[in-house]
Design a protein around this ligand. Structure first.
Ligand code: ATP
Ligand code: MG
Length: 259
């Protein structure tokens, strides 16, 4: 397809953006020095797509995710989630948006150790004061392949199982976007693949929007698009499913440029 045809086809598409970042800057002040963790990032994340964010340590990946999810406020610029400009929300509005429209999964799972898997999944609804049928919690756990583990506390679950409980918990409010910061960082290769297949399946089957930070080119190969950050800026992008080798080659050239 020539670029003209492709442009026309794209212009005709009604693509809905789950998240938009407009000239987002996040600076930190340390020892009278200004540090730009994010330095003018503009990008969009289309609904029902899976994006991986890669880049060297300290390049701003977590800062990008936190600003995009409303966990942190940018110093400058605009973040729009599911049509809502976060800059127009006060703290209460932001808390509600985070609770209802956004799911977040961390490398360290962050489950409550005293609660069972079912109670952990129920937690966001409990905090929101929303009633829920026990069946709904069981279905959420079944969807991540843990139908028979609902009564187990985290200490009786493997790392991969704990991360799947965390994913079920993040999705129980049916958020517009699921953010994941190195969700497979603490898992072995086999368990990682299981979690990545689950994320891919959520995008394919439920049209869930997923934005995932990762250091692993194999993990990034599950995404529809890979963004590369360096020094707080988007410096490269792979659009369409890319192989792990291609992702790895881009990372290598990025790191070589930084030297
Ligand atoms: N709360 C903070 N105060 C001061 N500087 C910070 C703070 N949080 C992050 N930074 C700095 O901002 C930059 C980007 O940090 P960030 O955590 O986004 O990087 P990252 O790409 O996620 O790195 P990693 O791969 O190591 O997790 C780093 O230089 C970091 O030291
Ligand atoms: Mg990080």
């Amino acid at each position: 397809m020539c670029s003209g045809e492709s442009g026309t086809w794209l212009e005709g598409m009604e693509s809905k953006q789950s998240v938009e970042l407009w000239s987002v800057r996040r600076t930190y002040r340390a020892a009278a020095r200004e540090m730009r963790a994010l330095d003018g990032v503009t990008t969009g994340f289309e609904a029902g797509t899976f994006t991986a964010v890669m880049g060297p340590s300290g390049s701003g990946k977590s800062t990008l995710l936190h600003c995009a999810a409303g966990l942190d406020r940018p110093t400058e610029g605009k973040v729009v989630i599911d049509g809502t400009d976060l800059g127009t929300l006060d703290e209460t509005g932001l808390t509600l948006l985070r609770r209802e429209r956004v799911g977040f999964v961390f490398q360290a799972f962050n489950l409550v150790s005293a609660l069972t898997a079912e109670q952990n999944v129920f937690l966001p609804l409990r905090l929101a004061g929303k009633p829920v049928a026990p069946e709904e919690i069981r279905t959420a756990l079944a969807e991540v392949g843990l139908a028979d583990r609902g009564g187990h506390r985290p200490s009786r679950l493997s790392g991969g199982e704990q991360q799947r409980v965390a994913i079920a918990r993040a999705l129980i409010t049916r958020p517009a976007v699921l953010f994941a910061d190195e969700p497979t960082g603490a898992l072995d290769t086999k368990t990682s693949r299981h979690v990545l297949r689950l994320l891919r399946d959520l995008v394919d089957r439920r049209r869930q929007t997923v934005i995932m930070v990762t250091h692993d080119p194999v993990a990034a190969s599950y995404a529809d698009r890979v963004l590369f950050l360096a020094d707080g800026r988007i410096v490269d992008e792979l659009v369409g499913r890319a192989g792990a080798e291609e992702v790895s080659a881009r990372m290598t050239s990025l790191e070589a440029r930084a030297c």
